[in-house]
Design a protein around this ligand. Structure first.
Ligand SMILES: NC(=O)c1ccc[n+]([C@@H]2O[C@H](COP(=O)([O-])OP(=O)(O)OC[C@H]3O[C@@H](n4cnc5c(N)ncnc54)[C@H](O)[C@@H]3O)[C@@H](O)[C@H]2O)c1
Length: 369
């Protein structure tokens, strides 16, 4: 029998609440407290989700509740300070992406994680979807997969398409220098590196801010926007495979449209996170065969991610749960690391920085190793 893990969540916004739900799906866990600087949000989360203690000051929460694990679901500019403090206290930390505002911060966090007795993970949840695992298993079997020819991808949203749309992500002091790429492109960078088992080594990118001013409130003053709304990225993996990614947060009619297609010498695979329980497999003779997420259709290690029979769709929340479950398994059972580490999170920040530099200098940039 496991000791119960005492888990606390910092940040009770959109993601914090999702983390609470996902944690509660994992046996042997107890959400003991939530902290949010906004007292109303902390109280609301406490009441609606029956969390026994809520705080506005996360340090007080740490002192009084003594959690084993903390999920850091605050805006990006707070990731560094809170993560550093958790690691120094020896508390396991599962942090939202991107890991920090820049690679100076994330490099320091990697060092702290190395020195700490605590485990440190980053919530790159898309790699935790069963079909991302299936793609990884298929590519690892070189004798059947063959050679990889090309990767083409997109990640499109429309929630910031009007100049009346505003969020802390629009300003670099809260989000980091990049917005669309750091916010959603980072998910893709982690996903493609996980699926292929190859690092992105160089990039050529164009970034664009189509709305240079936004109105945070209807009768307020316009605010200058210093982060990009959209980006085009060409990249190359360590094994020489080329790829492309189109990113936008102002593409009308798109919601959370992450799609990745990988063309190989035998067949191509295409996965869309909005239809997360299907994987499209195409040969020249049979374009568009669909795999479902039942065990019988999956291969190797990916089978352990099949929690439901085919036709009972798994989706976004299952990926989130899978990642947290893998993180807890490594804490409790010393299971092999099967989540994005701080090192992975740091590397993705360096890929984003290479994209920004490429845009500024108009040329290919090597990702700093
Ligand atoms: N993995 C994903 O799919 C995914 C999706 C959305 C957001 N995110 C990430 O999650 C993080 C949070 O994003 P969000 O959309 O939930 O933002 P949000 O604005 O909805 O929530 C952030 C919360 O943090 C609180 N907060 C601010 N300062 C605080 C402090 N000092 N102490 C405690 N709480 C504080 C805010 O009051 C707010 O409630 C970001 O890093 C974002 O990139 C990840």
């Amino acid at each position: 029998m496991h000791n119960m893990l005492r888990v606390a969540v910092i940040g009770a916004g959109m993601m914090g609440l999702q983390h609470v739900e996902a944690i509660r799906r994992i046996p042997g866990t107890e959400v003991v407290a939530v902290a949010d600087a906004n007292g109303d949000l902390a109280r609301q989360a406490g009441e609606q989700l029956c969390i026994p203690a809520c705080y506005t000051d996360y340090r007080r929460m740490l002192e009084e509740q003594k959690p084993n694990v903390v999920h850091n679901c605050t805006p990006n500019h707070l990731h560094f300070g809170i993560n550093a403090e958790l690691l120094r206290r020896g508390i396991h930390v599962y942090c939202e992406k991107p890991l920090g505002l820049n690679s100076e911060e994330t490099g320091k966090l990697c060092k702290l994680a190395e020195q700490s007795s605590a485990q440190a993970g980053v919530n790159f949840n898309y790699r935790q979807n069963v079909m991302a695992q299936e793609m990884h298993v298929r590519m690892a079997d070189a004798s059947r997969w063959g050679r990889t020819y090309l990767i083409h991808s997109r990640y499109l949203q429309d929630w910031l398409m009007y100049d009346t749309d505003f969020n802390w992500r629009c300003r670099s002091e809260y989000a980091g220098k990049s917005r669309a790429l750091a916010d959603i492109g980072s998910h893709f960078f982690d996903l493609v590196q996980f699926i292929t088992g190859q690092k992105i080594v160089r990039v050529n990118a164009t970034l664009k801010t189509v709305l240079p001013q936004r109105l945070p409130s209807p009768n307020g003053q316009p605010v200058d926007i210093d982060t990009e709304d959209e980006a085009l990225v060409m990249f190359e993996l360590a094994d020489g495979v080329p790829g492309s990614l189109i990113v936008s947060q102002v593409a009308a009619g798109t919601k959370n449209d992450l799609e990745i297609t990988i063309d190989g010498s035998a067949y191509s695979m295409s996965w869309s996170q909005e239809n997360a329980d299907k994987l499209k497999i195409s040969t020249r003779d049979t374009p568009g065969s669909l795999l479902y997420t039942g065990r019988e259709m999956l291969q190797g290690e990916a089978r352990q991610y099949a929690t439901l029979p085919s036709g009972h769709p798994v989706g976004w929340q299952d990926g989130l749960r899978n990642g947290i479950q893998a993180f807890y398994a490594s804490i409790r059972d010393h299971a092999p690391v099967n989540y994005a580490t701080f090192e992975d999170g740091d590397y993705v920040v360096r890929v984003v920085e290479a994209c920004v530099q490429s845009h500024q200098e108009g040329r290919w940039i090597q990702v700093r190793q």
